[in-house]
Unconditional design. Structure first.
Length: 531
């Protein structure tokens, strides 16, 4: 990740735009809630979501899709913490929505990785971490649930280092765990943070200490635990790298805090870390050039589109990450794909649970623009320059099914509905070159069910999903003549996606290898840039 060379305007420099990644159940929802609580965005814990995403059942997802108002406002949340403005962008917790997660991570400058102190690095943590690594995102780690029996601190740190190949630098050190968990020693500020078990929403008591030899420590920590703490910290300081901000910013080192989200413990220290270490809004990559956040003109890109609360009106909210400039309500921006001007009169800023009209926003912020389908994922809005932001991929689906309207007379309606969902990024839609009907593709099976339910609810169209003869899709590109020859020789495998781009459908990896051999001038790819 590149650093800014010239200083940013203060309003931009104070922004921190990040996401939380976690394996289900590690405590992402609880931590989000505490962030909002300390950010003054909610008054009481328990207001965000009743249930953690991990335990959402299928019907919860359907319901959630229907009550989309809730998920829209939870998609991006802004709040202040000290001098900082935090923009927290939500990532779907369910692995079936991993493509959404990937795109969400294109809109942030950093990620907080939450792990469960008893479970360590879990499968979904690893997957999400790899996505962050692809983008060299700086990562701050929060080791949660220290109020329960946790693993040995050295063991946890070793596991992260070895499993994720990243250096870990402890920002705090836990004192005991489970029932004996007293709090943490803040290694960055030489402070003692003591946990209050009586009041879960209270912030820890902080005791200033002048180093580990300070006799004040003995007033708060029993002798045997203090001895252990001193030994451990001495060892940690010898064995583990000291925090290095440059290495953190380039994604090769993560600071780790230990705490208990449910007890509000360690959360403020983590938030302070996000504020102090940053990063500030980073330059964004466009095909034409890098776009630094401090640039005077407004530019931004759509990373997510979500159908709005009122399904019948089919209005949607496009989530824009502002890459540069100072946006003001009513501004006329150019929609780069259509080259048409667009007056942004009713942008939405997501202040916790309430959506608010955004009067202004700065680079790094996320704004929502209600629209009727003009804005698609990957689209750019600028003050006139034809910029195409890159790095927002579309992935080849891993599951394919044929889709038909329950009522054959409604085939045209189905086509329209499918195109809208494809533009929203909810599924891939392929029209085979031979025969009628459509094939829909998704990354996770749950997406099929959500799609079918939404088509029925929002378009009044019951649909049937049936297994397809194909299992993989690849985008076709390359030399024009070679592509033509390839297409005419493989008609029964060819389809077009909703952008009209050519796709090769198959069920065998062998087929894909064969194409590579027989048609060296044709390439088959599993991802496509959306711009
Ligand atoms: P998720 O979004 O990552 O899936 O996790 P979520 O925050 O929903 O937390 C999962 C479970 O872990 C919840 O318990 C939550 O209360 C608990 N939890 C979160 N942080 C801590 C912590 O610091 N210490 C302990 N001991 N537990 C924590 P649950 O019983 O499954 O649900 P609930 O009835 O408490 O909501």
């Amino acid at each position: 990740m590149q650093n800014q060379t010239s200083p940013l305007p203060a309003e931009i420099a104070r922004r921190r735009t990040f996401a939380i990644i976690a394996h289900p159940d590690a405590g992402k929802t609880t931590l989000t809630e505490k962030f909002l609580l300390f950010g003054g965005a909610i008054q009481m814990a328990g207001q965000v979501r009743a249930k953690g995403e991990a335990r959402r059942t299928r019907s919860d997802f359907m319901k959630m899709e229907q009550d989309r108002g809730i998920s829209v406002s939870a998609s991006a949340m802004s709040f202040d913490f000290g001098q900082f403005r935090f923009n927290l962008v939500d990532t779907p917790g369910h692995s079936d929505f991993s493509e959404d997660t990937y795109r969400t991570l294109t809109a942030v400058d950093a990620a907080v990785m939450v792990i469960d102190g008893a479970k360590g690095v879990e499968s979904q943590t690893r997957k999400l971490f790899e996505v962050c690594r692809l983008r060299d995102l700086p990562i701050l780690t929060f080791c949660n649930k220290m109020d329960r029996e946790a693993r040995d601190t050295f063991e946890i740190i070793d596991e992260i280092q070895e499993n994720l190949a990243i250096d870990v630098s402890p920002a705090s050190w836990p004192i005991g765990s489970g029932r004996d968990f007293l709090g943490c020693y803040d290694l960055l500020h030489d402070r003692l943070e003591l946990m209050d078990r009586a009041d879960r929403n209270r912030v820890a008591e902080t005791v200033s200490i002048s180093g580990l030899d300070d006799p004040k420590l003995a007033e708060h920590i029993p002798t045997d635990m203090l001895k252990k703490l001193r030994e451990e910290i001495e060892m940690a300081r010898e064995l583990m790298p000291a925090f290095d901000r440059e290495r953190f910013l380039e994604g090769s080192m993560t600071p780790i805090w230990f705490g208990s989200a449910i007890n509000s413990f360690g959360v403020k220290e983590l938030m302070t870390g996000i504020g102090e270490f940053g990063p500030e809004p980073q330059p964004q990559k466009a095909a034409e050039r890098m776009v630094p956040a401090g640039e005077g003109k407004v530019a931004g890109f759509v990373f997510k589109v979500q159908a709005n609360m009122d399904a019948r009106h089919r209005d949607r909210v496009a989530f824009i990450r502002l890459a540069s400039g100072h946006f003001e309500r009513g501004m006329k921006l150019i929609h780069v794909r259509s080259k048409k001007p667009m007056a942004v009169t009713n942008p939405v800023l997501f202040l916790a649970a309430d959506r608010e009209l955004a009067e202004e926003a700065w680079a790094g912020d996320i704004i929502g623009i209600p629209n009727h389908g003009q804005l698609r994922i990957g689209d750019a809005l600028t003050e006139g320059e034809m910029l195409h932001f890159t790095g927002i991929p579309s992935f080849a689906p891993e599951l394919l099914q044929n889709i038909r309207a329950g009522d054959p007379m409604k085939a045209k309606h189905l086509e329209k509905a499918l195109m809208q969902f494809a533009e929203e990024g909810a599924a891939k839609v392929f029209k085979p070159s031979i025969g009628s009907g459509f094939i829909v593709g998704v990354v996770g099976a749950l997406q099929f069910e959500v799609l079918a339910s939404r088509i029925e609810v929002e378009y009044g169209l019951p649909v049937r999903l049936e297994s397809s003869q194909f299992t993989s899709a690849r985008w076709v590109s390359g030399d024009k003549d070679a592509v033509e020859a390839f297409v005419s020789a493989n008609k029964q495998h060819i389809a077009t996606d909703n952008d009209g781009d050519l796709v090769f459908l198959t069920r065998l990896q062998w087929d894909i290898d064969r194409v590579a051999r027989d048609y060296p001038k044709v390439s088959l790819t599993a991802t496509k840039e959306m711009m």
